[in-house]
Design a protein around this ligand. Structure first.
Ligand SMILES: *[C@@H]1O[C@H](CO)[C@@H](O)[C@H](O)[C@H]1NC(C)=O
Ligand SMILES: *[C@@H]1O[C@H](CO)[C@@H](O)[C@H](O)[C@H]1NC(C)=O
Ligand SMILES: *[C@@H]1O[C@H](CO)[C@@H](O)[C@H](O)[C@H]1NC(C)=O
Ligand SMILES: *[C@@H]1O[C@H](CO)[C@@H](O)[C@H](O)[C@H]1NC(C)=O
Ligand SMILES: *[C@@H]1O[C@H](CO)[C@@H](O)[C@H](O)[C@H]1NC(C)=O
Ligand SMILES: *[C@@H]1O[C@H](CO)[C@@H](O)[C@H](O)[C@H]1NC(C)=O
Ligand SMILES: *[C@@H]1O[C@H](CO)[C@@H](O)[C@H](O)[C@H]1NC(C)=O
Ligand SMILES: *[C@@H]1O[C@H](CO)[C@@H](O)[C@H](O)[C@H]1NC(C)=O
Ligand SMILES: *[C@@H]1O[C@H](CO)[C@@H](O)[C@H](O)[C@H]1NC(C)=O
Ligand SMILES: *[C@@H]1O[C@H](CO)[C@@H](O)[C@H](O)[C@H]1NC(C)=O
Ligand SMILES: *[C@@H]1O[C@H](CO)[C@@H](O)[C@H](O)[C@H]1NC(C)=O
Ligand SMILES: *[C@@H]1O[C@H](CO)[C@@H](O)[C@H](O)[C@H]1NC(C)=O
Length: 582
């Protein structure tokens, strides 16, 4: 039902001035430009704002659930037509939410491409240039409205590792700042999700020496609050914003290390402060954290007092919502893991009896049984500085978020009775279920804001969030750029689709309010030198390739290329089922 929305008028809520001074390379599409300043301000259709009701989102008093996709690079595209065609394709897949970066920090003004904020020498300034600055984001916000898409806008990023190399051997004459080594996998600025500035860009420019200075140093906080204020007030009336995500994957550590003082209370207090600011500036949109959703039952709490009582019987006529919130304790997590392992072991013994030892008619310990991992693991012990339940308890946090990236995080110790893929699959299912329980427990919507698996086809472009190197790419000699232990890396397309389908299903069953796949991919984009959609760069310089055939950036998770159709079908299938149950 959220698909049958009638989108009002041509006018976004955001004023965008005329585009007469546009750079000719910028193929502005007049349809997306807002009216001249003399026209009266458009009426805001407040019924389009997304609110909440217990663990659900609501639009116009109706339950709103969504399947979304990520496209961090949306603001880095080179033409309005490109943005329009990406949003059009996304909406044709029945995807209604797009999560993207609303920040693009630089330390020097780049020759080409998008940038939103210069952070250098202890000062900041935003870029209001029509072609390269915030007006670009204005047009995207307006276009999203036309396509019936809500944007989840992130305000900063935990990750911003510096480039490794300044290649000076190019026949083009100038150095090319590359974000890895090799010939076929050079990343221009903004190609990677961790190359848009973010927390460490502030930390460096303000001369601090730890990542967590971002959360505690008043000068740096003031600078981030300043940027946040400008962005949030700019779109306060826009009906195509789902909400504000304070930061992508915030945690104590990053490419710049943390002090020992950083704990979950550091991260929670900072979120509370920023959430309060945003809520004060913008009463129209929800605020979320953007954290990866790590738990810590035993951590000291800032907001979470006691776990609220179990909700009463689930609403009748809603058999899918049979999960109740269950308080998280380390004891319960360990017991559940033990139980699950008992089951998989029994299954394994049944299917491969030779691995067990039969003693007086009973199957007893296989060698694997004694390898049970101890400890909660980093997803449950607070070591990242994230306590998602305390974050969810911040009064101004309207909905919770978590992510699922098994190639980069360990969510549970591997079950030795399961093949690698099934461990990945199962850990994801448990992770989703647990966040569904958290949502019911705390009576707020929780959204999976990013999930992805690297496939074997995508492995060469995979770059971990804390890295600038594609470890599974080939260098100019055809050698792998690092020596990975596990090859081939990644799952098959079939396994990816299988996992996505099962995870989405689990999310629907567990009462998640929305799920956002990571990430969209698309070809036929306009390529321009020095931008995220660049002509191919080789060791010998810039090769003049088909500039009309640019492919959207990938950090290893894009569905562009092989397998795109099946991945889209999987998402569409979930979108079909993920309809409001009112
Ligand atoms: C989108 O949803 C509508 C309504 O449920 C459905 O008719 C249509 O087939 C869906 N489109 C795709 C591409 O799944
Ligand atoms: C920052 O300061 C350095 C050293 O004074 C200077 O070279 C650089 O241009 C400054 N950067 C900006 C963006 O002003
Ligand atoms: C706030 O941002 C504006 C515009 O970018 C800038 O001019 C101003 O110096 C900033 N103020 C602080 C305290 O950083
Ligand atoms: C905006 O940026 C473009 C591209 O860098 C430049 O050509 C143009 O002169 C700038 N416009 C203004 C008004 O500064
Ligand atoms: C420059 O490129 C050439 C040809 O690819 C190569 O032989 C040479 O080793 C490179 N030099 C450096 C310093 O990388
Ligand atoms: C990269 O190398 C080129 C050529 O030597 C040089 O002009 C440029 O300043 C270097 N850039 C950086 C950021 O070091
Ligand atoms: C915060 O950072 C500023 C700028 O780097 C520095 O001058 C100041 O001493 C720092 N404050 C604290 C409390 O560390
Ligand atoms: C948003 O709308 C309110 C009135 O509803 C108005 O006072 C305010 O100026 C508008 N803000 C923007 C940025 O358009
Ligand atoms: C990120 O990478 C840096 C440099 O390799 C390392 O020091 C840091 O510990 C890493 N941080 C995380 C959270 O992995
Ligand atoms: C692993 O997962 C696949 C795909 O869902 C499933 O077909 C298979 O039965 C699972 N294997 C085990 C041992 O659980
Ligand atoms: C690349 O691999 C070849 C063998 O395929 C080897 O002889 C060569 O030393 C390697 N080069 C580098 C730079 O590692
Ligand atoms: C910026 O774009 C111009 C025009 O395409 C190109 O000549 C120049 O090399 C680009 N600069 C960089 C750093 O890519």
């Amino acid at each position: 039902m959220f698909l049958s929305v009638v989108w009002l008028g041509v006018l976004g809520a955001v004023g965008v001035s005329a585009t007469s001074s546009l750079d000719p390379r910028w193929k502005a599409d007049a349809r997306w430009n807002s009216p001249s300043k003399t026209e009266p301000a458009p009426t805001i259709d407040k019924s389009r704002f997304v609110g909440t009701n217990g663990p659900n989102f609501e639009v116009n008093n109706s339950n709103f659930k969504f399947i979304g996709t990520n496209a961090y690079w949306l603001t880095a595209l080179n033409t309005d037509e490109d943005v329009n065609s990406v949003l059009s394709n996304i909406s044709h897949s029945n995807i209604t939410v797009v999560r993207t970066w609303a920040f693009n920090d630089v330390s020097t003004i780049p020759e080409n491409g998008t940038w939103f904020q210069l952070i250098a020498n202890g000062t900041t300034s935003v870029n209001l240039n029509e072609t390269t600055g915030l007006p670009k984001l204005d047009r995207i916000v307006s276009m999203a409205e036309k396509h019936g898409i809500y944007l989840l806008l992130s305000l900063t990023n935990n990750w911003n590792p510096l480039p490794l190399d300044n290649i000076t051997n190019s026949t083009s004459g100038s150095g090319i700042l590359r974000r890895d080594v090799g010939t076929n996998n050079s990343f221009p600025r903004n190609a990677l999700s961790n190359d848009y500035g973010g927390m460490d860009a502030y930390v460096r420019a303000f001369g601090a020496d730890s990542h967590d200075a971002f959360y505690t140093n008043e000068t740096i906080i003031a600078a981030f609050e300043n940027y946040t204020t400008q962005i949030v007030t700019r779109y306060v009336n826009s009906t195509s914003i789902l909400g504000w995500e304070i930061a992508n994957d915030p945690r104590c550590n990053s490419s710049i290390g943390a002090t020992p003082d950083c704990t979950t209370t550091t991260i929670t207090n900072w979120h509370a402060r920023i959430a309060r600011l945003i809520a004060k500036l913008d009463p129209n949109h929800l605020v979320s954290t953007g954290s990866q959703g790590f738990f810590c039952a035993d951590c000291p709490k800032v907001f979470q007092k006691t776990a609220p009582p179990l909700p009463g019987p689930s609403p009748a006529a809603n058999s899918r919502r049979q999960n109740k919130g269950v308080p998280l304790t380390n004891k319960r997590v360990l017991e559940e893991r033990k139980e699950a392992r008992k089951k998989t072991r029994a299954l394994k013994i049944r299917s491969e009896p030779s691995e067990g030892v039969k003693v007086r008619g009973k199957w007893v310990a296989t060698p694997t049984r004694r390898q049970e991992a101890v400890g909660m693991g980093s997803a449950f012990d607070g070591s990242t500085g994230v306590d998602s339940e305390d974050l969810l308890s911040i009064p101004e946090i309207g909905f919770g978020s978590f992510q699922l990236f098994p190639d980069q995080n360990q969510y549970a110790p591997d079950d030795p009775n399961l093949p690698a893929f099934n461990n990945t699959l199962q850990a994801g299912l448990d992770w989703i279920r647990r966040h569904g329980e958290s949502s019911q427990m705390f009576g707020k919507p929780v959204s999976l804001t990013g999930f992805g698996l690297v496939t074997q086809d995508n492995a060469p472009s995979f770059v971990p969030f804390n890295s600038t190197v594609a470890p599974f790419a080939n260098d100019q000699f055809g050698n792998l750029t690092s020596s990975p232990t596990q090859l081939p890396f990644g799952v098959t397309d079939q396994q990816r689709n299988d996992a996505y389908a099962q995870w989405l299903q689990q999310g629907i069953f567990s009462g998640l309010a929305g799920m956002i796949q990571y990430q969209w991919g698309q070809g036929n984009l306009t390529a321009l030198n020095g931008t995220a959609i660049s002509p191919v760069i080789t060791e010998n310089g810039i090769v003049p390739v088909q500039t009309e055939n640019g492919i959207s950036p990938s950090d290893g998770y894009s569905i562009a290329g092989v397998g795109q159709e099946s991945a889209e079908t999987t998402l569409q299938g979930a979108a079909q089922q993920f309809v409001p149950d009112t």
